[in-house]
Write a new protein. Structure first.
Length: 315
């Protein structure tokens, strides 16, 4: 199914042959624009609606993550995809923290997969562009009918090391409740009993599959935002967490106090936007996991339902 009305898709790559291939692949389906210049891509997004931008990472003038960051600032509704043949960790982290990308796509791409992702992104963007101008977090925060979530927000720290919980507790106001879980079972118990705004999770665990848990959590509850704090340096795991878990931020350990504080503040602001404009939740739709999480998914879902049922019974 093609986008209707016609969405504008902008491809950015310094290789002309790549741009020609992409234009041929998508011609007739969208209003296709191409450029080999990152700065020109940003200029295009500033002067006309661009529903989807797909940028290569390694370009001589401006890295792809920089292009997407500037486009995000100029046109927040534009859906951002990073297309690259180089899975270097720095680029992946920046694509999350700076570009807030929808999908990370590796070269050589699968035409069917690329088409599906662009189509999904285009449909989301068309709906957002059709809305009145979205209010900024500052405008929402100043509204009497939309109070800041800080007073009632609840954060969950999922980490075997209680030092992470203590650090988060020190950094956020006392009006925020910060809960701690040392394993997945404890986390699910908390999630079943509390409305959690933000999960801060360490990927490493002696027994539990934390990445798999975060992916399933996002598919069940797209409004829950996730900040990953970890010593793990696995590019493949991080790419999967972008596409299948829509993590909001990735912070390496040892944790920078100021970076964590700003990341939490940004997540709370973003949560406020999601609550005010529910259509934005579509940006957090995840793709199906390519690894076998069936047993984990069913176990977690069953446990979660039981916890929810018990909570309703007690109420």
């Amino acid at each position: 199914m093609s986008a209707n009305p016609l969405a504008t898709v902008l491809f950015v790559d310094d290789e002309e042959r790549i741009l020609r291939s992409l234009k041929m692949l998508f011609r007739g389906r969208y209003n296709v624009l191409t450029t080999s210049s990152g700065s020109e891509a940003v200029a295009i997004a500033k002067r006309q609606p661009v529903h989807v931008i797909v940028s290569d990472q390694r370009m001589p003038e401006m890295l792809g993550v920089e292009v997407l960051r500037h486009v995000r600032e100029a046109s927040p509704q534009t859906m951002r995809l990073l297309l690259t043949g180089y899975s270097d960790l720095q680029a992946i982290v920046a694509s999350v923290n700076e570009g807030e990308i929808f999908r990370f796509i590796e070269k050589p791409w699968d035409p069917g997969y690329l088409h599906d992702v662009v189509e999904q992104a285009a449909q989301i963007a068309l709906q957002e562009f059709a809305l009145p101008q979205l209010p900024s977090p500052a405008v929402i925060a100043s509204s009497a009918v939309q109070p800041l979530p800080h007073a009632g927000a609840k954060l969950l720290v999922l980490d075997e090391d209680p030092a992470t919980w203590r650090l988060v507790r020190e950094l956020v106001p006392e009006t925020l409740e910060v809960l701690h879980a040392g394993n997945v079972e404890q986390a699910l118990q908390i999630l079943g009993e509390h409305e959690i705004t933000l999960v801060i999770a360490e990927l490493r665990h002696q027994k539990d599959d934390i990445p798999g848990t975060l992916k399933i959590l996002k598919s069940f509850n797209p409004h829950v935002l996730t900040i990953v704090v970890t010593q793990l340096r696995d590019s493949r795991s991080l790419i999967e967490l972008i596409n299948q878990g829509q993590i909001y931020r990735f912070l390496p350990k040892p944790i920078s106090r100021e970076l964590l504080r700003r990341s939490i503040a940004a997540a709370l602001e973003h949560y406020l936007q999601l609550r005010s404009t529910p259509i934005l939740l579509k940006r957090h739709v995840v793709e199906a996991s390519k690894t076998d999480t069936g047993s984990l998914s069913s176990r977690l879902l069953d446990y979660w339902r039981r916890v929810r049922d018990n909570a309703r019974t007690r109420a």
